[in-house]
Design a protein around this ligand. Structure first.
Ligand SMILES: Nc1ncnc2c1ncn2[C@@H]1O[C@H](COP(=O)(O)OP(=O)(O)OP(=O)(O)O)[C@@H](O)[C@H]1O
Ligand SMILES: Nc1ncnc2c1ncn2[C@@H]1O[C@H](COP(=O)(O)OP(=O)(O)OP(=O)(O)O)[C@@H](O)[C@H]1O
Ligand SMILES: [Mg+2]
Ligand SMILES: [Mg+2]
Lengths: 165, 164, 164, 165
């Protein structure tokens, strides 16, 4: 097993802190339209270092911070943490358990942590560079990719091949 | 780099043919490289469901296209399986029979890979080892509810009913 | 031409606001023209589901986007209802509650318009006045089967079981 | 009521002649992936005068003729006929019932008929020009249109508006 837990607070529709514990095998996420399922997927993408706001359906980084609702005020910060086992030595670090965190504030400031030690965004990204897990690779498949992977311009396919090479 | 690409290409092609035949219960599929320079060549897809004549990909149905794309994405994944894989509603265009085959493949791959599957489909939900519900009782505010574990909950965490 | 467009625009906008509120059970939506020349202006869409803060359309969920598009397409249709309307799997991204509201609207419009609805969804099938099944028992060859009439079959044609 | 009957033979996967009788209200078409449901929709689009093969997922006109299967030979012709009531005088002709037909052959030849009288393709298209039923208007809504109608470039929306004006 690899993923242990996901903690989300203030990211998109998650006003309140939620925690997702992962078991082995298949974890299914279900719920009505607009309830927050894809937001959970995007939280994982974001904490792995996604830099392209278009892949998070947003314009600016501020779009991922809880913006309030009819009855709730906006929050000032979004934070996502992903805790993983490193039992197969998949990740190039000596820890057996790794927690990565990413935070962003309304003033545009961002913070990044690996096992609570501050680091840079690129350290988060580099952690996953060669494992196929980087936030662009084939480890995240959503409806739009079906058209992309079959489209006439084979650029998308080539990119996936190179990630797998 | 060209050699590595060609090796990867052959492997993906082999996987693609196998996975396609599993999901389509027959038929055939292949990838081809057009052009002389492998690093610049277009990667083209051929796909022929069982009993049908080979035709251009565009003439396939919505569900057949989705299943072909899934076969290709899994073929690439098999070359270098990622420790986890997230699927967001990829089963939406599939009919019942195709969902059954798709879900069988998921279970097989899930022995080596953690899958997070977002879905509206009841058949897909049924093979989950663990199920999370997301709701918005209060408009604009997401809540995680009713976790069900088919297997032992993972160590160091208790099953949660509703989170505050 | 500019006047006709403006008149049409106002009508579509009014319809859009009503249909959106019906499909979303509240919330609000509107169309705006940006730019000075109405014939060149960009038509922009604002949509805010009930209880949520207004945000850019891109941040809406897959199902919310589909429902918003359906609201807009129906809003345009209502200006000049076509005698018939064909829907091919537009209900695919919708959850049960949204399908119920969508189907209610279909039934209302179907009093003035014949609808042909291709679907995989059982709830949508249930409101059909007449149901056709398409199968491919023989690979590559389509067959039309099991027609069911909830209402009187139309004059001058008998219900068909299987067509040769 | 408007549509009375659709007859398809040799069009795409319809080796054998099929007939769809339309009743009032909602007619639902169901079946497995790849069985031919969208082909029926495209048959209607084609007989109404669709000229853009991309809207029929094809390359050339020949793509709509039954191409054979593992066990069947290809056909030489595709033919679709649509029979309509004109009870509300929706169509600009004096008949109370109108049947339009379109045929195409492998050699590229095409034939068009209104009530069995030969005519040109544009006569079929002109028949529906102002009724919102022309093969491009909002009377045919499929999955791809959802993205189009919401996309940033508002050209698609404008086109639909003009059709409704
Ligand atoms: N910054 C934000 N603050 C508050 N809410 C947000 C923010 N960004 C997005 N949302 C809300 O999140 C909702 C979308 O959630 P999401 O895409 O996760 O839905 P979903 O469960 O995947 O639904 P579907 O089944 O339709 O795909 C939108 O309604 C949007 O209003
Ligand atoms: N010219 C042709 N001759 C024979 N078969 C054809 C021809 N053109 C397309 N087909 C077949 O028609 C099938 C597609 O049918 P169609 O798109 O109507 O399926 P569908 O019922 O809409 O399925 P889905 O539920 O997946 O959308 C393809 O498998 C293709 O092989
Ligand atoms: Mg979603
Ligand atoms: Mg289809």
């Amino acid at each position: 097993m690899f993923l242990k837990r996901l903690d989300i607070q203030g990211f998109k529709s998650f006003l309140q802190r939620i925690r997702v514990d992962f078991g082995p095998g298949i974890t299914s996420v279900v719920g009505p339209n607009g309830s927050g399922k894809t937001n959970i997927v995007e939280a994982i993408r974001w904490v792995l270092g996604e830099q392209n706001m278009r892949h998070l359906r947003g314009d600016t980084l501020e779009d991922v911070i809880f913006t309030g609702s009819a009855q709730r005020k906006p929050l000032g910060m979004a934070e996502v943490s992903l805790t993983m086992f490193n039992n197969r030595g998949v990740l190039p670090v000596e820890y057996t358990e790794i927690a990565i965190s990413r935070r962003t504030f309304r003033n545009g400031q961002s913070e990044y942590f690996i096992n609570r030690k501050p680091c840079r965004l690129r350290d988060l990204r580099d952690l996953f560079l060669d494992t196929g897990m980087g936030s662009h690779a084939y480890s995240l498949i959503e409806r739009g990719m079906v058209d992309n992977v079959l489209s006439d311009e084979s650029g998308h396919r080539r990119f996936l091949f190179e990630e797998a090479a | 780099a060209s050699e590595l690409f060609q090796k990867t290409f052959r492997e993906v092609n082999e996987n693609f043919q196998k996975v396609f035949r599993t999901l389509f219960e027959g038929g055939e599929a292949a990838l081809t490289l057009s052009g002389d320079d492998p690093l610049e060549a277009e990667i083209e897809i051929l796909a022929r469901p069982r009993g049908k004549k080979p035709q251009s990909l565009s003439l396939l149905s919505g569900g057949e296209k989705a299943l072909t794309a899934i076969a290709l994405l899994f073929a690439i994944y098999l070359v270098k399986p990622s420790p986890f894989c997230i699927l967001d509603e990829v089963d939406a265009p599939l009919d019942d029979a195709n969902i059954d085959r798709f879900v069988l493949l998921l279970r097989e791959f899930s022995q080596n890979t953690q899958f997070i599957v977002v879905t509206h489909n009841k058949k897909t939900m049924e093979v989950a080892d663990c199920l999370y519900g997301v709701t918005m009782e209060e408009p604009g505010v997401s809540k995680l509810v009713s976790v069900r574990w088919n297997t032992e909950p993972p160590p160091e965490s208790e099953p949660q009913e509703e989170q505050e």
